[in-house]
Design a protein around this ligand. Structure first.
Ligand code: FAD
Length: 416
């Protein structure tokens, strides 16, 4: 069933009783060409591109919970491509371009909203760093505009420009950045993959791998064993735990990241703002809630909830940036498990075990990467060669000193 205006009209006359299920609920088959472990954004996108671009549809996505239960449905929905280094910039710009045509590709309204992302700077040195970043973005084919304080004030008059410690001196704006409704991304990719013949199997936890003589030929699941020629793991925050079942140790730690939503307010923040003097970022949802977040909780955890110390820290960042936020009531908050790599950049690579592939280490920035990650992972699985834009995301880069330390300080957990 295609979604379009005529369909809405037809279904209205049928009292909305004629809508089909968005995807089937198949039983696992004994064998697939490719098994994707993890039905988050990246796993579902990989399935979609495998089927649509590479014509490989004897594929199953195995999800231990339900579609959307992981980070794809827990993030703060920001997309952007404001990266500095060659290994990252072109990849994230590719992703942003895929976002721009995603809804037509999937025939699904994911509410892609290019409302602009503004990174504030508060010192001359920080402005110099942002000028450099902006130039790197332009060279990578992205868009970037440098604003002074008056330019920022035209967009956001409510910010605290005279703050004694952190005066706002300007910002680097990426007008094509923005937000996307996160769970719609999972649903859109799932529906499209299913329509191309992929089996999406929920409530199916992978508990182990069948490995003989260095070759992986299947998985043990809570719904029985399944064989496959290739097994593609992309389980985000559970990466270390799942790969440990294959005997592999990853350069990844798992940490909690929290998100917060206020009560609904009248339109106040048209785009996305990041504070440059602390870890705080904010946007406003179409329902009016202020959506914001900050630092990871500083301890390793597999719990999808965080501690109060970080709640205080994030709210302090908000108060320093826009004191009026102190009058808004917090409506809800939650946590997700982040797969924090040791240089802040991800992995899309083969492993040392034949037939076993790995995608992870997305830290707290993997939502915006969803389309490019899926496309590049599908390329690796279909051709056994890395996609040219993801060639730097190798698992052995620490061994050879080829880290992609984006901020110079890294997003790595020990520096938070
Ligand atoms: C609070 C918060 C805010 C964030 N904000 C942003 C943002 O604004 N912008 C941005 O770009 N990124 C953001 N992120 C990061 C982003 O959400 C993640 O990097 C990205 O979603 C991870 O990829 P995924 O969607 O595939 O993960 P997930 O949705 O977590 O998918 C992994 C799936 O694997 C499943 N799984 C785990 N173990 C097994 C198993 N043994 N067998 C089968 N299935 C298994 C899980 O149930 C899960 O569904 C944020 C994250 C959080 C938590």
């Amino acid at each position: 069933m295609r979604y379009n205006a005529l369909q809405i009209l037809v279904q209205a006359f049928r009292r909305n009783q004629g809508w089909e299920r968005a995807w089937r609920d198949p039983e696992p088959q004994p064998y697939y060409d490719i098994l994707i472990v993890g039905g988050g954004g990246h796993g579902l996108a990989t399935a979609h591109y495998l089927a649509k671009v590479y014509g490989i549809s004897n594929v199953a996505v195995l999800e231990k919970g339900w579609i959307g239960s992981g980070n794809v449905g827990r993030n703060t929905t920001i997309i952007r491509s404001n990266y500095l280094l060659p290994g990252n910039g072109p990849f994230y710009e590719f992703s942003l371009k895929l976002w721009e045509s995603l809804e037509q590709d999937l025939n699904f309204n994911a509410m892609v909203s290019q409302r602009g992302i503004l990174n504030l700077f508060h010192s001359d040195a920080q402005r110099d760093a942002f000028v450099r970043r902006g130039n790197a973005m332009l060279l990578a084919g992205a868009d970037a505009v440098l604003l002074d304080a008056s330019g920022v004030a035209k967009m956001y008059p409510q910010l605290d420009y005279e703050n004694a410690r952190f005066p706002i001196k300007g910002g680097l704006l990426q007008p094509r950045g923005g937000t996307v409704r996160h769970d719609a991304v999972a649903w859109g990719y799932a529906r499209s993959a299913d329509q191309h013949g992929v089996d999406i199997i929920q409530n199916c936890e992978v508990k182990g791998f069948t490995i003989e003589n260095g070759v992986c030929s299947g998985v043990e699941t809570s719904r029985g064993p399944i064989k496959a020629s290739k097994i593609a793991v992309c389980v985000a925050g559970s990466s270390s735990r799942v790969m440990a079942a294959a005997g592999l140790r990853l350069p990844i730690e798992s940490h909690v990241l929290q998100a917060f939503v206020s009560e609904g307010l009248k339109p106040l923040i048209p785009g996305v703002i990041t504070f440059g003097a602390g870890h705080f970022y904010i946007s406003q949802s179409d329902k009016g809630g202020l959506v914001f977040g900050g630092d990871i909780d500083g301890y390793n955890s597999y719990a999808q909830r965080g501690g109060l110390a970080v709640v205080e820290d994030v709210c302090e960042g908000g108060m320093a940036l826009m004191p009026m936020i102190g009058r808004a009531r917090l409506l809800r908050m939650w946590g997700g498990i982040m797969d924090m790599s040791m240089d802040g950049s991800p992995f899309i690579d083969k492993t040392s075990i034949d037939g076993l592939y790995f995608n992870g280490g997305w830290c707290y920035g993997g939502f915006k990467a969803t389309p490019a990650s899926g496309r590049c992972y599908a390329h690796l699985l279909a051709t056994n060669e890395p996609h040219p834009l993801a060639g730097a995301y190798r698992l052995d880069r620490f061994l050879h000193g080829r880290m992609i330390d984006e901020k110079g300080a890294g997003a790595q957990p020990n520096l938070h």
